[in-house]
Design a protein around this ligand. Structure first.
Ligand code: NAD
Ligand code: DAU
Length: 350
């Protein structure tokens, strides 16, 4: 019986992950720590098995709270999704990215280290009780941008370009340090762009689906030829859980499925599926510091753990678009909050 602490479990990937693990494992309990920022939504978890799941509203950077939760639940696993995750917002207001993504991660790491320590070895390193693990959910954006050729491997030097990716790189490095200096059982995963149900419509795919549906302009940054490497969210969830249970502590894994697409191709595909005209596309001012291309080499996770993506893009994008169309109530409730102000501020002068 394992008890998971999943942070950021009310967001896009975290909520999909909680659904995934409750289905996959009968003998687990899940505690979801989330402070419900604009991106956190408990409706993302509607219908899940409440008998093995607890929601705790709170901030990962609130050290006393995190310590209390470790005391109460005696976690075996921590999977840290909680983050400020949107690049455009990090350009407007970087500070909260540092607080949550860096200080929040450090509060979790330090608490896990103290709660899980069982003694010391002869060299003075902490030892830990059996079966515990911390998984830091990092991102391929920590590597910066690629040119036309090549892939990010786990050895690619980190060179983040946005305040978001810099804060994620800092978190990734502090996680690495807790493993090297304190031997905390830990892995880091760096995944490419996810798509699927429950993604907040500030991100490319749900934003474009929603705009196309309502005949609004589709704001494509710059020439739209930037490349992202898209992975269906369930495949990311499967990879994370595999790394958590099976990977050797200290290892870093890239996660991606060799599915590179230009933004403009995705936007055209959405218009085609919704039977809307290309004239809705509006090329707007580019994102500052916009990374041109991301592409993951997933050879290591395939070789070590046998992970491969199972959902091909053609199938996944169809499922995803249909999900947003079928879940108009979810979309409307998400759009009814602060979203309209955000949208007006972000896009009015572009
Ligand atoms: P999201 O923005 O949809 O969700 C983030 C969640 O974290 C929200 O529920 C929010 O309320 C919560 N949160 C934010 N600050 C918090 C705090 N201080 N304390 C507690 N909870 C807090 O993000 P997402 O797209 O689901 O991404 C999840 C993680 O995966 C992030 O760490 C992100 O960097 C990483 N990641 C995302 C992608 C992607 O394509 N979306 C790809 C690779 C890695
Ligand atoms: O690569 C992993 C990362 O993917 C994650 O770490 C981030 O949390 C996640 O947000 C995502 O970052 P991107 O910046 O790649 O995602 P976003 O959906 O914001 O943008 C995808 C591409 O589409 C990017 O090149 C910018 C472009 N874009 C985006 C929006 C919102 C547009 O052209 N127009 C838009 O309105």
């Amino acid at each position: 019986m394992k008890t998971y602490l999943v942070t950021g479990g009310a967001g896009f990937i975290g909520s999909n992950y909680i659904r995934y693990i409750l289905k996959k494992h009968d003998d687990i309990k899940v505690v979801n720590l989330d402070n419900l920022t604009y991106a956190g939504n408990l409706e993302n978890l509607s219908g899940i098995d409440e008998s093995r799941y607890v929601f705790e509203k709170g901030d990962i950077a609130d050290l006393p709270l995190v310590q209390d939760l470790f005391q109460t639940y005696d976690f075996d696993f921590v999977v840290n999704f909680a983050a400020e995750s949107h690049v455009d917002r990090s350009i407007e207001d970087p500070e909260v990215f540092l607080r949550t993504n860096v200080m929040g991660t450090q509060a979790l790491l330090d608490t896990a280290k103290n709660a899980w320590q069982s003694g010391k070895d002869q060299d003075g390193y902490p030892t830990y009780r059996d079966g515990v693990k911390f998984l830091q959910v990092s991102t391929d954006e920590v590597y910066g941008a690629l040119g036309r050729e090549g892939y990010f491997t786990e050895e690619t030097p980190l060179a983040p370009n946005s305040p978001y990716s810099a804060s994620k790189a800092a978190a990734d490095m502090i996680a690495r340090a807790y493993n090297k200096t304190f031997k905390l059982p830990l892995n880091i995963t760096r995944c490419s762009n996810n798509y699927g149900p429950y993604q907040f419509p500030e991100k490319l795919i749900p934003l474009m689906v929603n705009n196309a549906k309502t005949d609004k302009e589709l704001p494509v940054y710059g020439d739209g030829k930037q490349v992202r490497d898209w992975l269906y969210v369930d495949d990311h969830c499967a990879a994370i859980d595999l790394v958590l249970w099976k990977a050797k502590s200290g290892e870093v894994y890239n996660i991606g499925g060799h599915n590179e697409m230009e933004n403009i191709q995705i936007v055209s595909l959405i218009l085609e599926r919704l039977d809307k005209p290309e004239t809705l596309i509006k090329h707007v001012r580019d994102r500052q510091g916009h990374d041109r291309r991301y592409a993951i080499d997933p050879a290591k996770i395939k070789r070590d753990l046998g992970w491969e993506p199972t959902v091909m893009f053609k199938e996944g994008i169809g499922l995803t678009i249909d999900w947003y169309l079928a879940n108009a109530a979810w979309m409307n409730s998400v759009l009814s909050g602060e979203y309209q102000n955000y949208y007006d501020n972000m896009y009015k002068d572009r």
